[in-house]
Design a protein around this ligand. Sequence first.
Ligand code: NAD
Ligand code: MG
Length: 337
Amino acid sequence: MDPHDDNPLSRRQIVSGMATGIAAVVTGPAIAQGAASAASGAAPSPLGNPAEKYPKPPFPNQSQPWPGLAGKMQPRPDHGETSYRGSGRLAGRNALITGGDSGIGRAAAIAYAREGANVAINYLPAEEPDAREVVRLIQAAGRKAVALPGDIRSEAFCQRLVSDAVQQLGGLDILVNNAGRQQSHDSLTDISTEQFDWTMKTNVYAMFWITKAALAHLQPGSAIINTASVNAYDPSENLIDYAMTKAAIMNFTKGLAKQLAKQGIRVNGVAPGPFWTALQVSGGQTQEKLAKFGGDTPMGRPGQPAELAPVYVQLAAAEASYITGQIYGASGGRGNP
Ligand code: NAD
Ligand code: MG
């Protein structure tokens, strides 16, 4: 069983049993209480103000060589390592997540594993320390973890990535195209052709190549989830090339959803606003913007990857069977969609 699963009934029984003796567990109020809790489906969690839940700017000055490591960030992002609780929503599924070592992809990987899915992650070789942590977390949830490092700017690698994932997982029914390249440039004239190509290859071509290769394996009921951005709708002046790719991801999501509906494959996207991840501290923002990161949202802070995990779970889950062609925004109270 998933050690992170926190069944409210059994926990109540254990607590009650410790306090009053085992006999009390099987009679009267303990059962009634437990049954009510199981019926509501929710473990009790304390109310709290989301605006105060996580760090706010100003953030300490920091810069890492690209692609950066979550493990070296100050403060460390929360990917749900100690908080995400599964309830079997993705039991038996097989998921491939690009950029699954850190940030939003890591939060999805942890949540998917705790929901019962086997998870393959792709990342760059330089990110091995972050990836090792994710592999350990997937395994601790009792699921199969497959680590597939490599550069998705190569079509041949993308094809190999999908076939290795299918082979090692034993199938594929959830694909999360999440890897991304974001570098801040104040002027269009600062973006070299090489940089432009790098951003396009990572964010657009790789999604096309990986999805195309995956289609041969996806059965009806499968789900594709693409990470877009608020930049798809409201481009930042310093992220022109990146924002173009995010608009393309949003558009690809909606078009492909129409094409695949009759095959029973759902395609959705997520459009995060500011999230505290390695991408932002490894060239994704200027130091000036990083210090104030997320401060201009109504929440007054950036999101933490853990706060997006339930969205990735929801879009993958079978209960969301009529949800396709949608983009789910998360910008702290402002922005699109
Ligand atoms: P992150 O740095 O933790 O994750 C991005 C990942 O992309 C890296 O971990 C890396 O493994 C992968 N990657 C980049 N280039 C690659 C390549 N050539 N080959 C293989 N893998 C490569 O940062 P994140 O913020 O979690 O980013 C995840 C996604 O979220 C990205 O698509 C990003 O554009 C998007 N996003 C992030 C924010 C934010 O504020 N952090 C906002 C909107 C959208
Ligand atoms: Mg990373």
